[in-house]
Design a protein around this ligand. Structure first.
Ligand code: NAP
Length: 288
């Protein structure tokens, strides 16, 4: 496959690494803001050629491109497509990797239609708390789920699906709105809960107890605080671009938390145990 990756960070860089490592016929060109990122991308085989400027990518390569994948932060996705679409051929398929879909898919599709291009939304559900090209890693996407949003253009949808399957992902098709509601509960809500947990611990007023808690924190705290200690910009964008679905999930969570408080205040120990027995069982519906 011949692809362009725009935004050579954790996700864009990892995608380029896998595509170039797995098949000599794959070709990757890359665009990123920082010239240093582009040099590193070529040096570590994220891209065959990378530049800060699309004009530096030879026309012959652009003409052979199957898909352009926008891997910038969410806020830059639509401006990036607006800037690139007029400079790319009309047969191009655009996709993105943004963690929200409703705010992107419809406006991006409209921009692409003006130039005879197609847009299909994606969200590869893979990542970690690191950022930038040096965080790129092989096999990040292997066996992980990826959402691809429906398109009237079946060929474009299939092309985008096959890109993610090529790097080992299990593809699910759902509408942007369904995606945003589902990820609000399993991805965006955990970020807000985990960050609130860290903030609550830091509210301990006794300095010696606070220090002791920090010294005693071990594997349980590492697990529960991981996503709250991640990329602040990404968390802000989840809240900003998925506001209504996230608020819905947060209000549901607030009700769950209040029930737990009520049970503990009223010393309902058996009911607490029954509640935890249910969550012990239900967790397996999400992760093994
Ligand atoms: P990242 O590591 O910060 O990578 C984004 C890269 O984009 C940056 O390294 C930056 O490289 C480049 N960039 C920033 N603004 C740009 C612009 N205007 N034009 C071109 N390049 C630009 O972030 P990431 O974690 O890969 O996230 C990227 C996207 O993936 C986001 O939309 C996010 O929602 C989505 N996503 C993230 C995760 C995750 O867990 N991290 C998971 C799934 C999806 P320079 O050094 O060149 O500035």
């Amino acid at each position: 496959m011949n692809v362009g990756i725009v935004g050579l960070g954790l996700i864009g860089g990892s995608l380029g690494l896998d595509l170039l490592a797995q098949n000599e016929e794959n070709y990757v060109w890359g665009i990123s803001r920082n010239p240093e990122t582009c040099k590193q991308a070529e040096a570590i085989a994220v891209a065959n050629v990378a530049s800060t400027d699309i004009e530096a990518i030879p026309d012959r390569i652009l003409r052979q491109t199957d898909i352009v994948i926008i891997c910038t932060p969410i806020a830059a996705i639509l401006p990036t497509i607006t800037n690139l679409a007029p400079k790319l051929p009309s047969n191009i398929i655009f996709t993105d990797v943004g963690s929200v879909k409703a705010a992107i898919v419809e406006p991006a599709s409209k921009i692409c239609q003006q130039f005879g291009q197609r847009f299909v939304g994606s969200h590869p559900m893979a990542g970690n708390t690191l950022q930038g090209i040096l965080a790129a890693q092989r096999n990040l996407f292997q066996n992980r789920p990826c959402v691809v949003t429906p398109s009237d253009d079946i060929a474009a949808f299939e092309k985008v699906r096959s890109l993610w399957q090529l790097v080992g992902m299990n593809v699910y098709e759902c509408s942007p709105e369904e995606h945003d509601r589902a990820v609000a509960s399993i991805s965006h809500l955990p970020v807000m809960i985990s960050s609130s947990l860290i903030a609550a611990c830091q509210r301990e007023e006794d300095a010696s107890i606070l220090k002791l808690a920090q010294n005693l924190a071990s594997s349980g705290f590492r697990d529960t605080s991981r996503v709250g200690g991640g990329n602040p910009e990404l968390g802000r964008l989840m809240a900003e671009y998925n506001q209504s679905a996230l608020l819905r999930s947060l209000h549901t969570y607030q009700k769950s938390l209040q029930s737990v408080i009520d049970l503990i205040e009223n010393e309902k120990w058996e009911e607490i145990e029954a509640f935890l027995a249910n969550t012990h069982r239900d967790r397996l519906f999400y992760v093994d």
